[in-house]
Design a binder for this molecule. Structure first.
Ligand code: AMP
Length: 318
């Protein structure tokens, strides 16, 4: 039996299903988590299906989380979407369930759970949930709300169908989802909309971007800068992709100082693989989009040096 069939079987076997995703959710985390929850609610109206996790941080227009007492996990099926490793799972109570399923599109560095469905070729975890629906289309019916969430996840993780993971299949799935009733114009606007402060943060990023001769870019956002502009760590998701628009930039890191003093590192690349480097700095992710942490300014510098080396090696190969 293929793993998708085992997952459907498990869903059928359990009355209570808890769906989690990663911390600091992005549209794909929420889209896959709540898109799956809505799809299952639509098709198994007698089951108790909950979406669990910490704050949705600026993505309230997508979904809210359910408040669940610990006892409800007893004998429950727990499904985690879009989360490569257990420390990143939002809400540790995922451990309280009876059976655990991992559904993800990141490299399978930590194959946790009783059932693991990982497809690194999928543009997004939301695309995988939409695949799940289509594989079992004779049993599962899509609706407007699930389609809206899955579409948001795909648009989010592909940068509006721009990033290399966007395949013909991705476009086909997105088109299929658009057949269902939801306001795509409104959703696209919500996904794209930025505050005036974030616009000013964009200005700072462009003005302070440092790029070396091989296309290695870096921007450092200190707490002082964030406070002066009036933005927080969450807002940096809107500016991570900006350096990539510049022709000369090949790979880059945005270092975001945290109130505790360490730096969250948001790394992106147009070619050189960066997730192996991210793993060396308490992080991970996709080959061209990764996250890591730097303890202090010294580590910020060594990490940027490593990106410079990677860009140089990449240029020399060509
Ligand atoms: P971000 O810059 O936070 O949007 O992260 C980009 C990619 O790297 C996402 O696919 C994340 O799942 C992954 N990622 C970010 N931070 C970490 C981390 N601390 N550990 C593992 N993967 C991470």
């Amino acid at each position: 039996m293929r793993v998708e069939e085992k997952i459907l079987q498990a869903i059928k076997n359990y009355d209570t299903i808890m769906i989690h995703r990663h911390k600091r959710p992005d549209p794909d985390a929420l889209g896959s988590q709540v898109g799956l929850a809505e799809l299952l609610r639509n098709n198994f109206p007698n089951k108790k299906i909950y979406q669990v996790g910490g704050p949705v941080e600026g993505l309230e227009y997508l979904a809210q989380m359910d408040e669940i007492p610990d006892e409800w996990y007893q004998g429950a099926l727990v499904i985690i979407t879009d989360t490569a490793n257990t420390p990143r799972i939002s809400d540790e109570r995922y451990l309280l369930g009876e059976k655990l399923i991992k559904i993800d599109h990141h490299p399978n560095d930590e194959p946790y759970g009783d059932l693991v469905w990982v497809n690194t070729k999928a543009s997004s975890c939301s695309e995988m949930i939409a695949d799940f629906w289509q594989i079992f289309s004779n049993e599962l019916e899509m609706n407007g709300e699930a389609a809206r969430l899955l579409y948001a996840g795909i648009v989010g993780d592909t940068g509006r169908f721009l990033y290399p993971a966007t395949s013909a299949h991705t476009l086909k799935i997105a088109a299929d989802l658009r057949e269902y009733p939801f306001d795509a114009t409104k959703l696209n606007r919500q996904l794209e909309q930025i505050s005036l402060n974030v616009a000013q943060l964009s200005g700072f990023v462009y003005e302070n971007l440092k790029v070396d001769a091989n296309g290695a870019g870096q921007v450092i956002l200190t707490q002082a800068v964030l406070q002066e502009i009036g933005v927080s760590d969450v807002d940096t998701s809107a500016i991570v992709s900006l350096p990539g628009m510049i022709e000369d930039v090949l790979a880059w890191a945005i270092f975001v100082e945290q109130p505790e003093g360490y730096y969250r590192v948001r790394m992106r690349s147009k070619g050189p693989v960066i997730n192996e480097l991210a793993k060396k700095y308490h992080g991970g992710g996709h080959p061209l989009a990764s996250g890591a942490n730097a303890k202090n300014m010294e580590e910020v510098q060594t990490l940027y040096q490593a990106i410079q080396d990677i860009c140089k090696a990449h240029r020399l190969k060509k």
